[in-house]
Ligand binder design. Structure first.
Ligand code: APR
Length: 234
């Protein structure tokens, strides 16, 4: 039976109130990404970066998964083959919606990382500047999220999944950031059927076999229903 690989972006969590980055009013219209999503920004002003992630961590902890997150968890439960979810999001809403073994290529807001010794632990709701690392005790705690200029996590595993995909879907992502934006090409080269589910066609839409436009909370459950009933894309 078919292997399904799903890439998700901020759009799948938009209806859970998490906002997106590049839409009107998105995070990158409120903050300069160089200031809050780069190692240089963290070195320059750690207080601003910790505040940026503390606000998002508290917001994510209060957010509820929507029907799109829950539909992907249903697909994982009921599909007879593999269903691997690779997310660019750091909000934890896939797991809150029942998904399992989610691959967090940009890390997680719930995680803390020691910039000095590499130790990882569960982040406090509000991480202070100079938060001590439980392992080396140095004041080097940072959010365990992947910043611009850093290497995304789990890329070897993701590449193997794409090479074995029969069906690839990109949900709620603008396709502006690599390497995630190139996943559709790698899956297509492996012979996968490719589907984009988005509020509106992204800049990458022409690279997909199939487009399903509309809010994720509607188009994702519809797509999952079509797959499980055999009406689509097997
Ligand atoms: N339903 C479906 N799609 C939606 C919805 C919705 N309700 N609302 C917005 N979208 C779509 C937009 O049309 C857009 O294509 O979600 C996408 C959001 O794009 P971005 O804001 O660029 O978010 P994303 O693609 O996840 O960004 C990728 O960039 O800044 C980095 O690390 C950050 O992981 C992020 C990466």
């Amino acid at each position: 039976m078919k292997n399904i690989v799903i890439l998700t972006g901020a759009g799948i969590s938009a209806e859970s109130g998490m906002g997106t980055f590049r839409d009107e009013g998105g995070l990158w219209t409120q903050y300069a990404l160089e200031d809050v999503a780069t190692p240089e920004g963290f070195a320059r002003n750690p207080a601003l970066v910790q505040e940026f992630y503390n606000i998002r961590r508290v917001k994510a902890a209060a957010a509820r998964p929507n029907e799109a997150h829950e539909a992907l968890a249903r697909l994982q439960r009921e599909w007879p083959g593999r269903v691997d979810i690779v997310t660019q999001n750091v909000d934890g809403l896939h797991e809150a919606g029942g998904a399992r073994d989610v691959i967090h290529m940009h890390g997680e807001l719930a995680g803390a990382l020691c910039a000095a010794c590499g130790h990882r632990w569960e982040a406090p709701a509000e991480m202070a500047v100079g938060e001590p690392c439980p392992a080396c005790k140095g004041p080097h705690a940072r959010p365990d999220v992947v910043w611009f200029g850093e290497i995304p996590y789990h890329m070897d595993r993701i590449s193997d999944l794409l090479d074995a995909a029969d069906l690839f879907a990109a949900i709620g992502t603008s396709g502006q950031v690599y390497p995630a934006a190139a996943f559709v090409h790698q899956a297509a080269a492996a012979g996968a059927h490719t589907v984009e589910l988005n509020l509106e066609p992204s800049e990458l839409a022409s690279g997909f076999d199939e487009l399903r436009s509309g809010p994720a909370s509607r188009v994702v459950p519809d797509w999952v229903g079509d797959l499980l009933s055999g009406r689509s894309g097997r």
